[in-house]
Design a binder for this molecule. Structure first.
Ligand code: FRU
Length: 610
């Protein structure tokens, strides 16, 4: 059999050297023409809904041009399988119904000849199908955090609330679970917790990939697309980065790019426009990240199409050790301020985050419609979340009841492409409500608390108890149904202990140790022995947050298969870290280094995320 195949390959290779294109039947309805070592044309003779392309994550990227009636419709970069198939991704052919569809494939793996091309494994796995199976295959897929059904996800984009629906778009690669082919995936939710996948909102076009950006609801119709049009502005990224607009006149269900794009150009690397309406000046405001300048540029516009640069903020402020990305700017009430407001400028930075890689810093100050002025000195850096997996955080436009609700990407550029999942990669953080608090040092800080909708997931507590914790430690079981997803709340009187440990562990010896250091006034999370950590040297880490003063501490913990989010009771610190235990944590233990700690209440709620 093998000999026979070798003879066949040799004959094909010989023909190729004579300059003859070869055709071979790969699967029903497909014809494959081998045009050389690195170019192949696949004809779809009998189209079905999807053409499934096999991906091998270690393979180099190939370029696939999808042709309809010989015109290029889409250009995809994809790691077409060479040696083994990790998973399949679908090309939706319904878009070109009735047209002659073909794929023009260029591989960049320098094959010597057609014979090598034929030997690549992926050809035999190309398939036409009427369905694409998105049933979950991942044990680490979170239950109550948003994830894409398949493919890669990074930043949340274009979030807006309209008529009872929260819209969440996101940086999405529909053709693989690593970064690339950036489109805006789209999901919607009635409660910020249960999400429905929608068709992609925006796909790459002739101006480039669709990088991050924002949406606003144009209630007054200032842009000329009617009252209530939803306007998206995003970065078109090819060789350079320019800003483009897309319009939805059906409440955000579908978007079409604006014909006169781009609307802002610059010779600097600038991206991730974030817009809002500023009633005092009667103008739209946009903040744009000038990534390498370490600046946020502020623009204004009467109509969302023509933008005037007003000012810039950032030189020398906060953390400067990386690119500045994904800004947001919004007002929040000053606590006990008699109606006074302060403005918060979010500035995501990568690398240069507090524990390496990505993180969200912010500045508190004033905004007069033209200029942002920061209250603190340039050398002050404020972090929104003290873990390693909280990035690209921005807030929803048009949220109800004056809420300022934000969500982040729950990963870190240091290892996001390598975390141990394949069907999809990355989740969002929990949605969070933002407010200001007085740090007691003359400064205002940003508090993040889990959005109240999460409480609807609570089932009957599986543990509700109080006890005195000592050095030896007192343990309680964690629920195991639903993959162990749960919420814990601890009310701790730190008493005579100088350190209080809250440990999550499983029978495999894996654990996450959280430590309140009473005298240092810190809270730390150690994930060095949390489970799988070897996929990146940057993963095993101890992250530390400043804890509020006082001997009474309230801690809320959210566990969702591959993540732990810790919140101080009033959100005065938040800490988001991924973990990959080989089996769910089964036990929570409270112990001390010496002395006693009163666990005034420990409540564990299994979370129903069906
Ligand atoms: C942040 C970011 C953005 C950019 C997007 C591209 O994570 O680098 O600045 O728009 O990702 O995917």
């Amino acid at each position: 059999m093998t000999t026979l195949r070798n003879i066949l390959f040799a004959a094909l290779a010989l023909l190729a050297t004579l300059g003859t294109a070869q055709a071979q039947k790969a699967a029903d309805g497909l014809r494959i023409h081998y045009l050389g070592g690195n170019r192949t044309l696949v004809h779809v003779d009998q189209p079905r809904r999807y053409l499934l392309l096999p991906v091998e994550e270690q393979a180099p990227e190939a370029t696939v041009r999808v042709l309809a009636n010989a015109r290029t419709q889409e250009e995809i970069r994809i790691r077409l399988a060479l040696n083994k198939v990790d998973y399949l991704v679908p090309v939706d052919l319904a878009r070109w119904e009735g047209q002659g569809i073909a794929l023009d494939i260029y591989t960049e793996n320098s094959r010597a000849n057609v014979r090598d091309a034929i030997a690549d494994a992926y050809w035999s796995h190309l398939a036409l199908s009427d369905t694409f199976d998105t049933a979950n295959r991942e044990t680490y897929r979170p239950r109550y955090h948003h994830t894409p059904r398949y493919g890669w996800m990074n930043d949340p984009n274009g979030m807006f609330y309209l008529d009872g629906t929260w819209h969440l778009c996101y940086q999405w690669n529909p053709y693989g679970s690593m970064w690339g082919n950036l489109s805006w995936g789209h999901s919607t939710s009635a409660d910020l917790v249960h999400w429905q996948a929608q068709p992609a909102a925006l796909r790459p076009d002739g101006l480039g990939m669709i990088f991050s950006g924002s949406c606003v609801v144009d209630t007054a119709g200032t842009a000329g697309f009617g009252r209530g049009a939803v306007i998206a502005i995003y970065t078109s990224a090819a060789g350079t980065q320019i800003q483009s607009m897309a319009v939805s006149t059906d409440g955000g269900r579908t978007f079409r790019p604006y014909g006169a794009n781009p609307i802002i150009v610059s010779d600097k690397e600038c991206r991730d426009p974030h817009m809002f309406w500023h009633p005092e000046t009667g103008r739209w405001i946009m903040v744009l990240a000038a990534a390498l300048e370490h600046e946020m540029w502020i623009y204004s516009s009467p109509d969302l199409k023509t933008w005037t640069k007003e000012s810039s903020f950032g030189k020398g402020y906060g953390s400067q050790d990386g690119v500045w990305e994904c800004p947001d700017l919004f007002p929040l009430p000053v606590p006990d301020g008699g109606g006074k407001q302060k403005w918060v400028l979010l500035c995501n930075i990568n690398p240069g985050g507090i524990y390496g890689g990505s993180a969200t810093q912010y500045f508190v100050g004033d905004f007069d419609g033209h200029t942002f002025t920061c209250d603190s000195k340039p050398e002050v850096t404020k972090w929104m979340d003290w873990g390693k997996d909280h990035y690209a955080t921005v807030s929803w436009a048009n949220a109800p009841q004056g809420r300022r609700t934000a969500i982040g990407w729950m990963s870190n550029w240091q290892y996001a492409n390598n975390v141990p999942t394949q069907q999809y990669r990355s989740a969002n953080t929990l949605p969070r409500e933002l407010s200001l608090f007085d740090g007691g040092d003359g400064q205002l800080y940003l508090a993040s608390t889990p959005s109240p909708e999460l409480e609807k997931l609570r089932r009957e507590p599986s543990v509700k108890t109080s006890f005195t914790a000592r050095q030896k430690g007192t343990s309680r079981p964690l629920p195991q149904q639903n993959g162990g997803v749960c919420e814990l709340e601890l009310l701790l009187g730190t008493g005579s202990a100088s350190k209080v440990y809250v440990t999550l562990s499983n029978p495999a010896g894996e654990k996450v140790v959280m430590t309140y250091d009473v005298s240092a006034r810190t809270f730390a999370m150690d994930r060095t022995q949390s489970g799988l950590t070897g996929f990146s040297v940057d993963f095993p880490t101890v992250t530390t947050a400043p804890a509020p003063d006082g001997s009474f501490q309230v801690l809320r913990l959210f566990i969702d298969r591959c993540s732990i989010e810790a919140f101080e009771g009033q959100g005065r610190f938040a800490m988001t870290n991924l973990v990959f235990p080989t089996q769910p944590y089964t036990t929570v233990t409270v112990s001390t280094d010496s002395g006693r700690c009163a666990v005034r209440q420990l409540t564990v709620w299994p979370l129903g995320a069906e």
